[in-house]
Design a protein. Structure first.
Length: 329
């Protein structure tokens, strides 16, 4: 008995329905979204040798695809950023063309540069793939950490705000999503997406000071002037104006009464000067006797000229005083 054609018509209808469903799936496969937080490095100490670090986040979320996907691969690439490169590192742009070198990494130890094929910087993209990734992306989403690091000792950077923007696709950012379905349902589809974030840093005016001891040496009688010199080394951020003042010491109430003292309370008067001729006493801003200058980002040595004037000689002993060096900026 010859079978009736009706069941075949039903079979063809079901296959057509499956094929139609497979063709509709790519529209859902592209529904991944990306959003990134700004990375704020905060105050950066460009005079110190220690780096400044901060962490940002890229959030990836995808829709549920109705269970039709076999796999999904998300590749996130970061390029140079809007400020370009500073040597082998990325660059933050600042005031008056000033630059701050930094870079972005995939790991908290800052050994794997977060990069890719976009731009000229190089580095490695972040690739998310596998069954566990598929489950997370289509349920709770995933977070990708971005670790920023500014090396220390960038003394030429002037105070101010620094930044770089990642927004240009594909020069700065590129997110590629490859979704694969069973062969009968359309194979693999690739979509490209993007996102935007900023890297920001702040360089604040800063100064550091180191002072050497001033040693007048050993003398039997104080019947003539005894002179000695020492150095104060000041390092301030480039362009930062500052004043350098020397205190009155532990024994004096004013600029004219500096004294060294021994353990028994005996005293030796002395004075500190700004010039080698020892005509310009060195004091505090309040005395009107501080020096002024502007930082260059490198250490500047300033000579302190000391003098013990002729005076009655006290009993032999070790005499000393402590003077506070104040940098105001």
């Amino acid at each position: 008995m010859t079978p009736a054609p009706f069941p075949r018509a039903i079979l063809l209808f079901l296959i057509a329905g499956l094929l139609t469903l497979g063709l509709a799936a790519p529209a859902r496969a592209q529904s991944c979204t990306f959003s990134a937080s700004n990375i704020v490095l905060g105050p950066v100490d460009v005079l110190g040798s220690s780096p400044t670090t901060a962490t940002g986040n890229i959030a990836v979320n995808c829709s549920t695809f109705l269970g039709l996907l076999n796999s999904i691969t998300v590749t996130i690439e970061l390029g140079d950023g809007s400020a370009g490169l500073f040597g082998s590192l990325r660059r933050l742009g600042g005031p008056s063309g000033s630059s701050l070198a930094y870079d972005l990494y995939q790991n908290p130890t800052h050994t794997t540069i977060f990069g890719g094929s976009q731009g000229t910087h190089g580095g490695q993209p972040v690739v998310l793939t596998g069954s566990s990734v598929l489950s997370l992306l289509t349920t709770t989403g995933m977070n990708v950490s971005v670790y920023a690091r500014v090396p220390g000792a960038q003394n030429a950077a002037v105070p101010g705000a620094y930044s770089a923007t990642f927004s240009r696709q594909p020069l700065d950012v590129r997110a590629t999503i490859e979704t694969c379905r069973p062969p009968l349902l359309g194979g693999c589809t690739t979509r490209v997406n993007g996102f935007t974030f900023m890297v920001q840093a702040q360089v604040r005016p800063n100064c550091r000071v180191v002072a050497d001891d001033l040693d007048f040496g050993q003398h039997g009688l104080l019947d003539r002037p005894v002179d000695a010199t020492s150095q104060v080394r000041v390092t301030c951020t480039a362009g930062t104006s500052y004043s350098l003042g020397l205190g009155h010491g532990l024994q004096a109430a004013g600029i004219g009464g500096r004294q060294m003292r021994d353990l028994a309370g005996h005293r030796v008067g002395y004075q500190l000067y700004r010039d080698a001729a020892r005509t310009q006493p060195w004091g505090l801003i309040a005395d009107g006797l501080a020096t002024t200058d502007a930082g260059t980002g490198v250490s500047r040595a300033v000579t302190v000229h000391g003098r013990v004037p002729p005076q009655p000689t006290p009993p032999p002993g070790a005499y000393s005083d402590t003077v506070v060096v104040t940098v105001t900026y």
